[in-house]
Ligand binder design. Structure first.
Ligand code: HEM
Length: 400
């Protein structure tokens, strides 16, 4: 099918998303599309509009209103509404002043200084995972490294007991499938598990983040019970597949460029700027989470009516040649400016942690092994069919 006919989120879209985005940026500032779950949305594709939309207070996130709008639209499209509002009382689905309150409670845990204290432990977990990879044999780096690292880090931070952790990989993978037959049981399982864990932390608090949040929730009702649950789930989901995608997409990029792999191995100081560009060139998040228009909003000359759902196409904005010269090229010297962690009040709370993990993971990988051999042609590496996440299913490599 010619690229000019490929619709967002259609069967042909996933492997050609970059070309499709380039065409859409050319054609107009905002595009109507239907999400895989049947939800009709408006998608913002150009960098300047994307940045403006992420800070526009008329593009709101309040969970109750957003769910009401989505329920109406899904029902009108004959799609399932079951998944809505299972857990939505968290900062990423709140507007000020609720957002401010919910975010403030957590913000001190995620400052760059605080996160820096985790460096030795993240390095240790990374080394353990790499030690366990068999040299000279086929290995799927997504399964064995990119996923386990962030899930171990966030699980340790939150205080999830060791034997329960493997289960999370499956739950969160199913959860982000955006198909109710998979994500509904997974969300229920996560809710049930965390409700039990919160009760256990309340009875016997530990040194972990979940215990700290449990105590905060009792302190003058700052964090209501369902906010606590929603926040715990948000941290688990937000910090997991995103960071795994950063590591996996980054490794896919490096494995195709042995000279860059070797350079990073020899010059560890060049890892952080390369990770920053990897976030832009093949970023972990395809689309922002949903916002709704609280009144008609002009986006790049097109009016989106009130009560519509808007997504910001982050990977598209990051490839906009009006903002980034030779946008497809990795240029560690160009500085930041990408929108991979969002922008404005919802700017990723976990960005310092994600950067730390990405830098340690890719840094250790290239130092420990020679440039890896990719065991399938690069164009056969399967992209995940997710409207929101931008990741790969598997990365079969041979490491020496
Ligand atoms: C928000 C990306 C890792 C926690 C966001 C947003 C983006 C994002 C784009 C804003 C979404 C929007 O405005 O619609 C990423 C990427 C990551 C990553 C690319 C990895 C490379 C993490 C980690 C954590 C985390 C490790 C926590 C442990 C959060 C939270 C929010 C958020 C709590 C909501 C902030 C708010 O609403 O104020 N992230 N994230 N993220 N992220 Fe991340």
């Amino acid at each position: 099918m010619p690229e000019s006919e490929i619709a967002l989120f259609s069967e042909q879209y996933w492997d050609r998303a970059t070309e499709v985005a380039a065409r859409l940026r050319e054609q107009g500032p905002v595009h109507r599309a239907v999400m895989p779950n049947g939800l009709p949305v408006w998608v913002v594709t150009r960098y300047q509009d994307a940045r403006a939309a992420l800070t526009d207070p008329r593009l709101c996130k309040d969970a109750d209103r957003l769910n009401e709008i989505m329920r109406g639209k899904l029902a009108a499209a004959g799609a399932s509404t079951e998944l809505l509002s299972i857990f939505s009382k968290h900062m990423l689905m709140a507007d000020p002043p609720d957002h401010t309150r919910l975010r403030r409670l957590l913000a001190r845990e995620f400052t760059a200084r605080r996160v820096e204290l985790l460096r030795p432990r993240v390095a240790e977990i990374t080394a353990e995972l790499l030690d366990a990879l068999p040299a000279g044999e086929p290995v799927d780096l997504v399964e064995r490294f990119a996923f386990p690292l962030p899930v171990t880090v966030i699980s340790e931070l939150l205080g999830i007991p060791l034997p329960d952790r493997a289960q999370f990989r499956h739950w969160t993978a199913d959860f982000v499938q955006e198909r109710s037959e998979l994500s509904l049981p997974a969300s229920r399982a996560i809710v049930e598990y965390l409700t039990g864990l919160i009760a256990a932390k309340r009875a016997e608090p530990g040194e972990d983040l979940l215990s700290a949040l449990t105590i905060a929730s009792e302190d003058g009702d700052k964090l209501a019970e369902r906010e606590l649950l929603a926040t715990a789930i948000l941290l688990l989901i937000a910090g997991h597949e995103t960071t795994a995608n950063l590591i996996a997409n980054g490794a896919l990029y490096l494995v195709q460029r042995p000279e860059l792999w070797r350079e990073l191995a020899q010059r560890p100081e060049s890892v952080p700027p390369v990770v920053e560009e990897l976030l832009r060139v093949d970023g972990p998040v395809r689309m922002s989470t949903s916002r709704f228009t609280s009144e008609p909003v002009d986006i790049g000359g097109t009016t989106v009516p009130e009560g519509e759902v808007v997504l910001v196409a982050i990977t598209s904005a990051n490839h906009d040649s009006d903002r980034f010269d030779r946008a497809a090229e990795l240029d560690p010297g160009r500085g930041s400016g990408h929108l991979s962690f969002g922008h404005g009040i919802h700017y990723c709370l976990g960005a310092p942690l994600a950067r730390l993990e990405g830098e340690i993971a890719l840094g250790q990988l290239v130092r420990r092994f020679s440039p890896a051999e990719l065991l399938v042609p690069a164009e056969q590496v399967r992209r995940r069919h997710s409207a929101i996440m931008n990741g790969i299913e598997a990365l079969p490599l041979r490491l020496q």
